[in-house]
Design a protein around this ligand. Sequence first.
Ligand SMILES: CC(C)(COP(=O)(O)OP(=O)(O)OC[C@H]1O[C@@H](n2cnc3c(N)ncnc32)[C@H](O)[C@@H]1OP(=O)(O)O)[C@@H](O)C(=O)NCCC(=O)NCCS
Length: 171
Amino acid sequence: MTIRVLDAGDAAAYQRLRLLALQDSPTAFSASYEEEVGRSLDDVAARIAPAPDGSIRMLGAFHGQALAGFVALIHPQRAKLRHGAEIAGMFVAPAQRRRGLGRALLGAAIDQARALDGVRQLKLGVNATNTAARVLYESAGFLPYGLEPDALYVGGQFFGQAHYLLRLNQA
Ligand SMILES: CC(C)(COP(=O)(O)OP(=O)(O)OC[C@H]1O[C@@H](n2cnc3c(N)ncnc32)[C@H](O)[C@@H]1OP(=O)(O)O)[C@@H](O)C(=O)NCCC(=O)NCCS
């Protein structure tokens, strides 16, 4: 397994896996398959390429040459917010789960956040019913700090969102 920052050349592989993610795990993402299935490769390439201002990058986990998982690391650039970062949209292909890819992706995102100048904390939100992800985040040291009721509406059902924070300067 290797982990690296994705770039525009990964657009086709990313889009395949992203659409699989939205179909496989609709309650784990705020975006829907219908919203993203029509995206052009140019659009996808622009979205996954690291932002020149450092505000977002996408990390990919590869099994051999194949993209098997991803997570976004977001770093707000505004002066009052840039001491924090966020991870979002983590996914590992169903066939590759429980082999450590998710933990490795999360670890890489944490390491990269730690390396960002002045970043003190990393936050994320997760569907409260998502036990697999919550166990993973908690095992990496994320602490829950709140629950937003009815944050997500999927398939006629409301889901709460659990909010987590990892204080990098104390970990
Ligand atoms: C959550 C997810 C990314 C985990 O990926 P993964 O590659 O299977 O994770 P790992 O193999 O690194 O597992 C790390 C730890 O997480 C926990 N974990 C993972 N899957 C679990 C499950 N189904 N049930 C309980 N704990 C689980 C375990 O503690 C595991 O360690 P262990 O295998 O030593 O017991 C993956 O299940 C996934 O993509 N789910 C669908 C999308 C999603 O929920 N994304 C998160 C959005 S916030």
